[in-house]
Every structure is written in structure tokens, then in C-alpha cells.
Write a protein that binds this ligand. Structure first.
Ligand code: NAD
Length: 434
């Protein structure tokens, strides 16, 4: 089947590449000419492990191509996926649907034969019906269906998540659309990955409910971590003790500096707004949003305390600024709160991140970018681990402590232990919830 993928961001590009690997003919389209230029040259505009090789293989096989020309991309397509951004709308916390609606209108003008228009972007309940309306109005003669197919991939593990999903959720209202979606995901169905067919509203809701639940789980353990610090408990052992209970599970139960990223902050905000709009305030989600902000602030205080009460005049080496490892995505990363607070307080900040610099340079003005953790730690007053990249999991702590001015380690991802740090010569070790 020919498939058009609108939007070549983290979701659109991975989905397009993986669908071509299933054997479909996929044309990816983006309105950003720089991205299309890179993709046409065989360059991947984002960092996602394994994506470059999979892309190369499918381009070489003639199943995958890129264009800026929407009409060409959708011509003859059995399905057109909309995978554009749905960021938080300025001012009110709602999801900004303008990119989705604009894409729907543009698509409508280019289609002729029967097509399923599939929303892959994360969108509030009711959006697919609005997409249907927009397309019908723009092209009344068009024979089409809409489908909601929210995406659950995680950046950093996106290909595996797409190829081996826990489930695929498909919201459809006609047998014809169901058949088309079934054909697209047939390779997964044949390998027994569950496909959950629902109505449009339910599919839209599943995505927000899942993300809000995961954000709640992370925030819950972060709050427990704060209490652990006061009462002398170890949150790592608490997580393990909780997570071994199958009803709870060990995923998303690691205490840290607060959740960030391209999804949880905007999706919890959007869900809270949907609840308010329907007079069903989602008190748990609203509280999670507030507590997560507090956790990030608490991290700043923790670091300031470690630096003797003030950042002024201190040199701080930050390891990791992306919102999690194995991605270059900086959206809503805790570093965007913590690093400016240190600089604002008068610190000199050196940053090492394996992939974060390209995005991070504009977002973190005033930091000094370094490539080697030991060089960055030279004469510093503190090392702060903000993102648990593999590169930072097996540091030579003795070497690091020996080059620092004042050897202090803030391990906000709980990678090391107090004994590791003190034995290596650190004078101070601060973690989360221990
Ligand atoms: P992104 O910002 O990385 O990419 C969006 C792309 O769409 C951009 O390249 C942009 O130029 C392009 N675009 C916008 N309007 C266009 C149009 N009319 N025609 C062609 N291209 C257009 O976004 P993302 O992170 O890939 O997220 C996309 C959607 O998927 C969002 O709704 C997000 O919530 C959801 N989602 C994201 C993730 C994730 O981990 N990033 C996971 C699951 C779901």
C-alpha cells in the first residue's frame, strides 16, 4: 500500500521509516525544507538510535522517499498519516491543533480516490471528528474515512517500540477504514502484537490517559523520594520493593529531577484543560503538574545547598541536559529549569552531553559546551548528573574528584552510591531520595 506521512519529526520519521520496513511504499512529507533537504541527502535530522541504518535500507530498496510536495506525496495513497506537532498553546495549556487542522485542509485539497486520513499526532477528544469536518468542507466530493492511531513510542527506543509495540490502538468507525488499518499493521498482527480497535473518542482518550498515568507514576515516586530523604529511607530500595509487585511494575518508578520531554508536560496540561472544559476537573493530573514543577524547584534548592547556600562564583559541571538519554530532544528537559537557575545565581556552567548541543545551544545561553567530563570537571566546585547517558554510568570517580576544585557530586539520577563517591574522594555526595 502507498502511505503518505505528513511531518518528519520524532514520530513521523520513525513511523514512516518503520512502515516502509513493513514493505509499504512510504512517502514522507514535511514543510520544513531543511529537513527534507537533509533526508534527501540521506542525513537524519534527529538523533534516534538505529534510525539511520533502517532509513538507508528502505530508501535503497525503493520503498521510502521524502518530498516537500504534499500533492505528490498523497497521490494514490491508501492512507495519509498526520504526524505533525501538537504543542501546548500559548497562554492556556490547551493542545495547539493548528498544525493538525492545517495539514487536514491541505491534504483534502490534494486527494481524489478513497483514502483513510489517520491522525497519529496526540490530539484531544473530538479532534478526529473536526478533521473529518474540515476535509468534508474542503473537498465535499471526496470519498474518505478518518482513523485515530495514537503513537506510544519512546524517544531513544523508538524503533523497537514501533516494531514490537505493547499494543497498537486504532480508532475507526467503518469496516473499510478498519480493513485499511489492518492491512497497514498486518506484519504486527501476524506476530501477535495486540491491536485494540475502538471508536475515535476512545482512541484519543487512551493516549492522554496513558501519558497522564505514567507522569503520575513518576511524580508519585519523586514525592516519595522527598519523604525518604527526611525519614532516612532509600527510595531506590523502595522502588525495587514496590516494583517487584506485578500489580505495580518497576517501570517509571525511578526517582529523579522531575519529568520533562516532548509529551508528558504538554499532554498532562492538555488533559487537565479537557477535564476543565467538560466540568470534570482531573484533580490527580492537575496535582501531578504542580508537584512536578515543585520537584524541579526542589532540585535547584538541593544543588544550591550543596554549593554552600549560593551558586555565586561557583563553577559547575553538568553531565547531560537532554530530557532523557539516547535522544537529542531538549523539550521541557529539567535542565532548562535547573541550568538557568545556576547561571542566574552567578555560577559558571560547563555542560557535557553526547547529543544535546545542537538543540541546547540556543536554549541554554551562557553555558560552556565541553566534550570530556574530566576536562569539564577540572577545578569545578560541583559535578551534577542530570541525564543518565551510558557515558556517565561508569565514570572514573577517583579521577574526577582528583581534578576538581571542591569535589562535590550531585547524582540526580541515582546512578552511584554514597560509598562510591566518598571512597573515590568526593567530599560531598547528594542524590534523590537517599
Ligand atoms: P516534531 O515537532 O518533532 O515534528 C513535527 C513535524 O511536522 C515538523 O518537522 C514540522 O515541520 C512538520 N509539520 C508541521 N506541519 C506540517 C504540515 N502542514 N505539512 C508537513 N509537515 C508539517 O513532533 P513529534 O515529536 O514528532 O510529535 C508529533 C506528534 O506525535 C505530537 O502530537 C506528539 O504529541 C506525538 N507523539 C510524540 C512522541 C515523541 O516521543 N516525540 C511520542 C508519541 C506521540
Amino acid at each position: 500500500m502507498k502511505i503518505a506521512m505528513i511531518g518528519t519529526g520524532y514520530v513521523g520519521l520513525v513511523s514512516g521509516v518503520c512502515l516502509s520496513d513493513f514493505g509499504h511504499e512510504v512517502v514522507c512529507v514535511d514543510k520544513n525544507p531543511d529537513k527534507i533537504g537533509m533526508l534527501e541527502r540521506g542525513e537524519v535530522p534527529i538523533f534516534e538510535p538505529g534510525l539511520d541504518m533502517l532509513m538507508e535500507r528502505n530508501v535503497a530498496a525503493g520503498r521510502l522517499s521524502f518530498t516537500g510536495d504534499l500533492a505528490q506525496a498523497v497521490e494514490g495513497a491508501g492512507a495519509v498519516f498526520i504526524a505533525v506537532g501538537t504543542p501546548t498553546r500559548r497562554g492556556d495549556g490547551h493542545a495547539d491543533l493548528s498544525y493538525v487542522y492545517a495539514a487536514a485542509e491541505e491534504v483534502a485539497g490534494c486527494l481524489s480516490g478513497h483514502t483513510v486520513i489517520v491522525t497519529k499526532s496526540t490530539v484531544p477528544v473530538g479532534t478526529n471528528r473536526k478533521v473529518e469536518e474540515i476535509v468534508r468542507e474542503a473537498n465535499p466530493a471526496l470519498d474518505f474515512d478518518v482513523a485515530s492511531n495514537p503513537e506510544f513510542l519512546r524517544e531513544g527506543a523508538a524503533i523497537d517500540d514501533f516494531m514490537r509495540p505493547d499494543r497498537v490502538v486504532v480508532g475507526v468507525e467503518s469496516e473499510r477504514a478498519k480493513e485499511v488499518m489492518g492491512e497497514i499493521y498486518r506484519p504486527l498482527f501476524l506476530r501477535d502484537f495486540p491491536i485494540v480497535y475502538t471508536g475515535l473518542e476512545t482512541a484519543e482518550m487512551i493516549k492522554y490517559a496513558a501519558n497522564a498515568f505514567l507522569a503520575t507514576k513518576i511524580t508519585f515516586i519523586n514525592e516519595i523520594a522527598a519523604l525518604c530523604e527526611r525519614v532516612g529511607a532509600d527510595v531506590k530500595a523502595v522502588s525495587r520493593g514496590m516494583g517487584l509487585d506485578n500489580r505495580i511494575g518497576n517501570k517509571f518508578l525511578h526517582a529523579g529531577p522531575g519529568y520533562g520531554g516532548s509529551c508528558f508536560p504538554k499532554d498532562t496540561n492538555a488533559l487537565a484543560r479537557i477535564g476543565q472544559d467538560h466540568s470534570v476537573p482531573l484533580q490527580i493530573t492537575e496535582t501531578v503538574i504542580k508537584v512536578n514543577e515543585e520537584i524541579k524547584r526542589r532540585m535547584v534548592e538541593k544543588l544550591q545547598d550543596m554549593c554552600g547556600g549560593s551558586f555565586n562564583g561557583k563553577t559547575i559541571c553538568v553531565l547531560g541536559v537532554t530530557f532523557k538519554p539516547n535522544t537529542d530532544d531538549m523539550r521541557e528537559a529539567p535542565s532548562l529549569t535547573i541550568v538557568p537557575a545556576m547561571i542566574g545565581g552567578g555560577a559558571t556552567v560547563r555542560v557535557v552531553d553526547p547529543q544535546g548541543r545542537r538543540e541546547g545551544e540556543a536554549l541554554l545561553p551562557g553555558v560552556n559546551w565541553e566534550t570530556d567530563p574530566y576536562a569539564a570537571a577540572r577545578d569545578a566546585d560541583a559535578v551534577v548528573i542530570l541525564t543518565e547517558w551510558n557515558e556517565f554510568r561508569a565514570l572514573d570517580l577517583t579521577r574526577m574528584a582528583s581534578v576538581m576544585g571542591t569535589p562535590r557530586l550531585a547524582d540526580l539520577r541515582n546512578i552511584y552510591t554514597r560509598e562510591d563517591a566518598l571512597d573515590a574522594g568526593f567530599a560531598e555526595y547528594v542524590a534523590v531520595g537517599r
